[in-house]
Design a protein around this ligand. Sequence first.
Ligand SMILES: Cc1cc2nc3c(=O)[nH]c(=O)nc-3n(C[C@H](O)[C@H](O)[C@H](O)COP(=O)(O)OP(=O)(O)OC[C@H]3O[C@@H](n4cnc5c(N)ncnc54)[C@H](O)[C@@H]3O)c2cc1C
Length: 495
Amino acid sequence: MQTTAIIGAGIAGLAAAVRLAVAGHTVDVYEANAGPGGKLSQFSLPGSYRFDFGPSLFTMPQYVDELFELAGEDPRAHFHYTRLPEVCRYWWPDGTRFTAPASTAQLITEAALTFDVPEQAMRDFMDTAARKYTLTGRTFLEKSLHKARTWLDPQVAYAMLKIPGLDLFRSMHDVHEAALKDPRLVQLFDRFATYNGSNPYKAPGLLSMIPHFEHHFGAYLPEGGMYDIATSVYELGKRLGVTYHFNTPVTQICRAGTQVRGIEVGGKEVNYDTVVCNMDVWLAYDRLLPGAKRPRITLQQQKSTSAVIFYWGIDRSFPELGLHNIFFSHDYAREFATLEAGSLSDDVTVYVNISSKYVSGDAPTGHENWFVMVNAPAHTGQDWEQLVSELRAQIIAMLSRELAPARAPGWLAEHIRAERVVTPPDIERLTGSHQGALYGTSSNNRMAAFLRHPNFSRQIGGLYFLGGSVHPGGGVPLCLLSARIVADLMEQAEK
Ligand SMILES: Cc1cc2nc3c(=O)[nH]c(=O)nc-3n(C[C@H](O)[C@H](O)[C@H](O)COP(=O)(O)OP(=O)(O)OC[C@H]3O[C@@H](n4cnc5c(N)ncnc54)[C@H](O)[C@@H]3O)c2cc1C
């Protein structure tokens, strides 16, 4: 029986553990933290406020369901989620409000009523997003791009031929501006670049397929909050016989020549046939693979954005807010230019997620748990204390103004009963993510998809990589796909 060590119990590591256990491997998962989930973990603040640490938007739940099905279990017996009737409430500084409905058809109708856009232009735009996904998304997200057999597949060859005509040579912003014109709607769709930590003024227009995920496949919320995703997959792994070692950082990937031999934990070597690394790939080369040749160009790619997050226990409720809320800045281009320069704008776009709108136990009755997030540059030594103090004042002033302009400036501060602040260096420390990047590397250039690290090592036999820092990229759905790709590669290698 093949023995496999998985380094890291992020969602990709947890999913791979399930897949490999089903395939008959003996699987040990080693996790530096005290519990599973990585970025997909949770915590509480005094006053009975529960928070998901990281992800708040859940799309493509079928990738979780398929893990249960693979194990011969009914997903609905173990993992429950709701499709959201509305996706997001958007606020603009000029007073425009827009609640994005769940379905594409409704989105098209309602957008044409609110914005200066003909219904047909909206329909064409969403049709193009769907076409981009159908032609290329599946091909490039569900297969290894670094194996010859992928390129021999006629579907892949067809997708390659189509790609240049699918806005590879224009930025997302240029595509949105040409198709939608109304600057508010352009800003709404530009924001989808941030779903993988990218900049809409640089990321290729091919990525304007992202809204198709949210509106066609839907946006969801697990019954007990996002952490349910991690715990349900972790529990499934336990039922399949996976062994988890928490508080157990791996300190080295051991090799015999060009073949993996096992891992080092607690100063001792433990032998395995294969090793699967869910640790951020940049840090894995830096810390676990001394002497190994580094894939220089791959590791030099620009990081995705990080975030500053304020987790606030709020002592009242706000019916005008939903689960997902976005408060846009006046000038998106300036905001991204400031991010690129490594700092935070004095006019930021603010995301407020309130899971207690759906999960009643997440805050006491009449209270709410606010996850208030701002895109931030990756950590390269900025003075976060100073930036956070200015940012907090800016956000409180803006939200107070937007939610009740007649009240005294900054009134919202009186309602914050509990608080935790997380900065890019905290994300780096708590989740082992180089420079605190949320999604590994950005998609800010045309070749980004091809420049992510492969799901296997080119130099060391038996070593595989998965998770947000490698192909196909960051975000929970893609991490789940990386686990699927790794399991497929391992199965091929065993043949
Ligand atoms: C604030 C925030 C908001 C986000 N919002 C969304 C969202 O709304 N939707 C979405 O889909 N995605 C979102 N993401 C991105 C998403 O969370 C990640 O892409 C995904 O969870 C990463 O999973 P992963 O498998 O790569 O592992 P990670 O979650 O990065 O976990 C890696 C694990 O490896 C462990 N580890 C590292 N080194 C070692 C070692 N040497 N030994 C043992 N263990 C080790 C770490 O402790 C960690 O637990 C967000 C992320 C953050 C931080």
